[in-house]
Write a protein that binds this ligand. Structure first.
Ligand SMILES: Cc1cc2nc3c(=O)[nH]c(=O)nc-3n(C[C@H](O)[C@H](O)[C@H](O)COP(=O)(O)OP(=O)(O)OC[C@H]3O[C@@H](n4cnc5c(N)ncnc54)[C@H](O)[C@@H]3O)c2cc1C
Length: 414
């Protein structure tokens, strides 16, 4: 793998940057693999990377129907945080944030992690009290959090409309939270996984499974039949559809979640700012655009588009919170197909089919989980036993009733 450094940048400048090698290989699919991962989003690629580097498995393929990161991993609003309420989620997402903190160095790729803080506003005394419990739960779980009163917030955000329809009463901040460039995360993982031996095969859609003896033997793809010993389904909003092709019914609904960006402006927003009541969360990208996390559409869909009323609601929520943004022009809007589980927590690990593993239910918040999702799923596949952090997130919690209701921490109503 070509090392990325100031020296290599200088060296390649001598040949006018014409000799950079390809970041990842583009091999033809083999007939058989040890592990076959379906979906080259962040979770599929991270699983391949950790399988190859931590567990020594080299015979791995990642099949992607489009291009890597063309799903939600390249469409999200990039927020990385571990401000979850329940101990199970707190431990999992904190592991992820810690991996993120070193990911750039580990992968020799600038993933542009900016730990600028994530501030959640409260809009009533009752919500302030709930947020105090939330921040206290985080502290009990060993995660940084700090309560802020109305004056603290006014000082931090002079542009905020403190007396909006539901006046701001305070809030809490996780200072280690922030954003990381989503494309860079996906490209960095693809490059490192490929260098470690995994075959990343783009333009290869899985359209069916062949099973016998309660095991999957192979998948049918647009590039022929490919057999493997173990399979992992990392296809986000397409999870229930693909699982049904394998004979499995998942408690997953697919919904379109929208995002949009304004024209770029000078630095004005120095943290990620969220309001569950007004229903908006925003940050400013390094290019200066205001990135607006929109709402989820109110019906199930596989469309990567989203509907107009959701755009209107998100825009009016943002301008209610920060009225001066009403003068900005919207540049782009898009949506991704999210895989939402009944308790808004992921479903990761073994499935009722012996050699099929699941990574789904990431819903509206799986970008921040990419390193931990890949690390723990790789460990589970390599050892055929659940990673300690994954035990609470097994599919069987919908039979046992041990749900982890993280609807509030999801940040998006759905
Ligand atoms: C608008 C929006 C904003 C978001 N904001 C945030 C945020 O700020 N923070 C956060 O933590 N999370 C956020 N999320 C959620 C996050 O993006 C996802 O949970 C995460 O990226 C899921 O990663 P993944 O690898 O599971 O899925 P994906 O990145 O969607 O990858 C799945 C891949 O599977 C491929 N695939 C599907 N079917 C097949 C098939 N039949 N054969 C082969 N390949 C197939 C797809 O093409 C896709 O590339 C947001 C999501 C959206 C849509």
């Amino acid at each position: 793998m070509q090392s990325y450094s100031a020296i290599s940048l200088f060296r390649h400048a001598l040949s006018r940057h014409r000799r950079w090698p390809r970041a990842w290989r583009s091999p033809a699919p083999k007939k058989h693999y040890d592990v076959l991962i379906i979906g080259a989003g962040g979770h599929g690629l991270a699983t391949a990377y950790y399988l190859a580097t931590k567990h020594g498995l080299k015979d791995i393929a990642v099949l992607e129907k489009g291009y890597i990161g063309g799903g939600n991993s390249g469409r999200n609003t990039q927020v990385c945080r571990s401000n979850y309420f329940y101990p199970e989620s707190a431990a999992f997402y904190e592991h992820s944030l810690r991996l993120y903190e070193n990911l750039g160095l580990d992968l020799n790729f600038n993933i542009m992690l900016s730990q600028r803080g994530n501030l959640e506003l409260s809009h009533s005394l009752e919500e302030l009290e709930m947020n105090r419990r939330w921040a206290t739960a985080m502290s009990l779980n060993g995660i940084d959090s700090e309560m802020l009163d109305r004056e603290d917030i006014r000082r931090m955000f002079p542009i905020l409309n403190m007396d909006c329809r539901f006046p701001v009463t305070g809030g809490f901040i996780q200072k280690r939270a922030g954003i990381s460039r989503h494309d860079a995360v996906v490209w960095a993982l693809a490059r490192a996984a490929s260098a470690a031996g995994a075959d990343i095969i783009q333009g290869c859609e899985v359209s069916g499974f062949e099973a016998s003896d309660s095991r999957i033997q192979s998948v049918q793809t647009s590039r022929g039949r490919i057999a493997a010993e173990r399979f992992a389904l990392c296809v986000a909003g397409h999870s229930s559809h693909l699982a049904s092709l394998a004979g499995l019914r998942l408690p997953i609904e697919s919904i379109a979640l929208q995002a949009m960006v304004t024209e770029p402006i000078k630095p004005i927003l120095h943290t990620v700012l969220g309001s569950l009541v007004i229903h908006a969360y925003i940050s400013q990208s390094d290019r200066g655009e205001i990135v607006i996390g929109g709402g989820a559409d109110s019906f199930n869909s596989y469309a990567q588009r989203g509907i107009l009323p959701t755009i209107q609601n998100s825009a009016s929520a943002v301008t209610e919170l920060i009225p001066c943004f009403s003068r900005l022009r919207m540049m782009r809007q898009w949506a991704g197909t999210c895989d939402v589980s009944p308790d808004s927590s992921p479903i990761v690990g073994a499935s009722p089919i012996e050699n099929l593993y699941l990574s789904t239910g990431w819903g509206t918040g799986g970008f921040k989980a990419i390193p931990a999702g890949g690390d723990t799923l790789a460990c589970t596949i390599a050892n055929n036993a659940p990673h300690e952090l994954l035990r609470p997130f097994a599919l069987d919690r919908f039979e046992s009733g041990r749900l982890i209701d993280e609807g509030a921490a999801a940040g998006v109503a759905h």
